[in-house]
Design a protein around this ligand. Structure first.
Ligand code: NAD
Ligand code: UFG
Length: 336
């Protein structure tokens, strides 16, 4: 297949480009490099002996999109491009609604004009808000607590409504749980700007000596050790989930959501201990107050993805912490 990947130079996008190359697909990446560098794609090229065509540009640039769709006969689009920092979204909601919601609408307009109506969209477990029970299935009530979450929920709604209005759309909404890890080569991985918001990049920056200690946000949650529980999923499993969705889309009617998680919940301290044990490196931490907006626990029932897409996560917690550390220790300053 020939596939347009928006945001393909980013963390999850670059691993997915690699996976698609290995599966023999042709890839064109559109990315404005607002949170990434072309170095990731260069390294994917080295690992796969295949170069994705790269176009530097913005998904909100409709003229550019129309030109790209005229020049290439795409079979599908995988849409990663977007902003993802929850705190920043509270401070600058306008940026998030414009980039994530308006950008997705511009993209879908250009797709429809070109008759390319297979779309895989990066959604998030954040659309479940604070779930009433666990594990989470796709039919749980949807809600959001910040503009980032709302932007994902809004794009999901745009997709569902589009698919009702025009039965030619075939859309997979992939709700990721907590993506972590890196390609096993240690050549590509997550390269956050500034201070990481997320747990795993923070742990690995403490381990490599860039930060003094990890703040564990709360140890009084109703979980097995009091710290927050999440469903961490290896980024290569996630990348393969996109491949599975891409392969299934021609058979799918309308718009469907799929949870991509492992179904296992690990606490913050579980992850710290696994990281220390597997990598033989200390991760100093202290208990800090809860982070506003955090929930106690969140993990998936990924049965629908298994039954329908034929996909399950296969990589373990040890794989996640080992590959995170390989990437971080080989590239202490990321791609810089
Ligand atoms: P990332 O920031 O590494 O990748 C996003 C890419 O999109 C970047 O390369 C960025 O430069 C590009 N981009 C942003 N706005 C753009 C625009 N207007 N036009 C063109 N390119 C643009 O993030 P990621 O972790 O790889 O996340 C990919 C997607 O998955 C995002 O939509 C994110 O919201 C979603 N998601 C991520 C997580 C996570 O924890 N990483 C969890 C759930 C969902
Ligand atoms: N945590 C710490 N210290 C840190 C960072 C995180 O203790 O320095 C804790 C959090 O309190 C939470 C857990 O580690 O209990 C995971 O936190 P992350 O920030 O890594 O992940 P979240 O579950 O808060 O959010 C992530 C993405 C969101 C996405 C959500 C659901 O960042 O974009 O998963 O998919 F919406």
């Amino acid at each position: 297949m020939k596939v347009l990947i928006t945001g393909g130079a980013g963390y999850i996008g670059s691993h997915t480009v690699l996976c698609l190359h290995e599966a023999g697909h042709d890839v064109v990446v559109l990315d404005n490099l607002s949170n990434s560098s072309v170095e990731s794609l260069k390294r994917v090229g080295e690992l796969t002996n295949k170069c994705a065509q790269f176009i530097e540009g913005d998904i909100r640039d409709e003229q550019l999109l129309n030109r790209i769709f005229n020049e290439h006969a795409f079979d599908a689009v995988i849409h990663f491009a977007g902003l993802k920092a929850v705190g920043e979204s509270v401070a600058r909601p306008d940026l998030y609604y414009d980039n994530n919601v308006n950008g997705s609408m511009v993209l879908m307009r250009a797709m429809k004009a070109a008759g390319v109506m297979r779309l895989v969209f990066s959604s998030s477990a954040t659309v479940y808000g604070d779930p009433a029970s666990l594990p989470i299935t796709e039919d749980f009530p949807l809600s959001a607590t910040n503009p980032y979450g709302w932007s994902k929920l809004m794009v999901e709604q745009v997709c569902r409504d589009a698919a009702v209005a025009d039965e030619n759309w075939q859309i997979a909404l992939l709700r990721y749980f907590n993506p972590v890890g890196a390609h096993e080569s240690g050549r590509i991985g997550e390269d956050p700007n500034d201070i990481p918001n997320n747990l795993m990049p923070f742990i690995s920056q403490v381990a490599v000596g860039k930060r003094a200690e990890l703040s564990v946000f709360g140890d009084d949650y109703d979980t097995h050790d009091g710290t927050g529980v999440r469903d961490y999923i290896h980024v290569m499993d996630l990348a393969r989930g996109h491949l599975a969705a891409l392969n299934y889309l021609p058979k799918q009617k309308g718009c469907e959501a799929y949870n991509l998680g492992t179904g296992n919940g690990y606490s913050v301290l579980d992850m710290v201990k696994a990281f220390e044990t597997q990598n033989q490196v200390p991760v100093p931490y202290r208990i800090a107050p809860r982070r506003p907006g955090d929930i106690a626990a969140c993990y998936a029932n990924a049965g629908k993805a298994e039954q329908v897409l034929g996909w399950t996560a296969t990589m373990t917690q040890d794989d996640m912490v080992r590959d995170t550390w390989r990437w971080q220790s080989h590239n202490p300053n990321g791609y810089k």
